[in-house]
Structure formats: C-alpha cells, structure tokens
Design a protein around this ligand. Structure first.
Ligand code: HEC
Ligand code: HEC
Length: 123
C-alpha cells in the first residue's frame, strides 16, 4: 500500500514541481478548509490522512482527479477536519500545557490506521 501511494505522491509532486511553496489555494481547485498552507505541505498532509485511515488515496479521491467531489469520504473528512479543529481550539486549549505545549489531537489520535475507529463503548 505504501509503495503504491509513493508512486502516486511522487507523480503529484512532479506535477506541482516549482510550486511546492506556493499557496495551496493557488495551485489546487476545491479547497474549503486547507487553504492556509502550501501546495507541498498539502500533499504531505494527504499522505498522513492515508496512513491515519489505513487506506490509500482512492478512499477519498478518484485518482488523478483530485478536485473531484464524488467520494463520500472526502466530504466526511471535511466534517472530521472541522471536528478536530473545534476540539483543539475550543476544548483542549483549556488543558494545562505540558513540556510539549498545549495538547492537541489529530486524525491518528482516533483512527490509528483504521478508517472506522471504535464508537462509544461506555455502558
Ligand atoms: C481520508 C480522506 C482523504 C485521503 C485518504 C486523501 N485525501 Fe486528498 N483531500 C481530502 C479532502 C477532504 C480534501 C479537500 C480539503 C479542503 O476542502 O480543504 C482533499 C484534497 C486533495 C487535493 C486538492 C485537490 C484540489 O484541486 O482541490 C489533492 C491534490 C489531494 N487531496 C491529493 C491526495 C493524495 C495524493 C492522496 C493520497 C496520498 C490523498 N489526497 C488522500 C481527503 C483525503
Ligand atoms: C475524536 C476522534 C476522531 C478524530 C480526531 C477524527 N476522527 Fe474520523 N471518525 C471518528 C469516528 C468515531 C468516526 C465514525 C466511525 C464509524 O462510523 O464507524 C469517524 C469516521 C471518519 C470517516 C468515515 C469513515 C467511513 O467508514 O466511511 C472518515 C473519512 C474520517 N473519519 C476521517 C477523519 C480525518 C481525515 C480526520 C483528521 C482530520 C479524522 N477523521 C479525525 C473519530 C475521529
């Protein structure tokens, strides 16, 4: 899986060569949440999403049609990004900082390499 993904990521990085440090919003087409980053960093983030879900890019995308919006999981991921940001900004910011700073969660905190993390288990 990682080998397949590397081929896809390398191809995409070649397509945006020279524009890695440009705004993601300028280089890509349908960004609603991840505009405040660079194009190169967005691709790295996508690789991370794949690892966190334990799935390849096609879980959320039609390969090579990255701006396409037909996959449900791309839309679900936008809600997930908003949930993650809200927990970090509104709730975890109230936790005391430790030596690594204020605690934050990310996709991996819950998903741990699985697209469907455990749901509520308390009786
Ligand atoms: C878990 C879901 C998920 C996975 C897996 C994922 N992506 Fe994405 N991707 C998204 C979401 C959501 C957006 C839109 C973000 C936004 O609206 O700001 C996006 C946007 C993009 C874009 C910008 C497209 C445009 O023009 O608007 C590219 C390029 C992209 N992804 C590439 C990849 C690649 C390459 C992989 C595999 C390494 C990958 N993605 C894996 C969810 C995913
Ligand atoms: C606080 C825990 C938590 C965090 C953080 C989190 N998720 Fe989720 N996610 C869940 C739960 C719970 C579900 C629902 C699982 C189910 O329906 O079986 C889910 C479902 C999903 C699904 C739908 C999976 C499916 O089966 O179709 C996607 C895609 C997803 N998350 C992406 C993300 C991404 C991308 C991030 C990081 C931006 C993220 N999640 C962060 C808990 C989390």
């Amino acid at each position: 899986m990682a080998v397949v993904r590397k081929v896809i990521v390398d191809k995409l990085m070649a397509q945006i060569a020279g524009r890695e440090d440009s705004s993601s919003q300028v280089v890509f087409q349908n960004l609603e949440l991840l505009q405040d980053t660079t194009a190169g960093r967005l691709v790295k983030l996508m690789d991370y999403y794949s690892v966190a879900m334990g799935r390849n890019c096609e879980f959320c995308h039609v390969i090579d049609k990255w701006a396409d919006e037909s996959k449900q999981d791309k839309k679900r991921s936008r809600l997930m990004i908003q949930i993650t940001n809200a927990i970090n900004r509104e709730q975890l910011s109230k936790m005391p900082a430790d030596e690594e700073g204020t605690p934050k969660i990310d996709c991996m905190t819950c998903h741990r390499g699985r697209n469907s993390p455990n749901k509520q288990i308390v009786p």
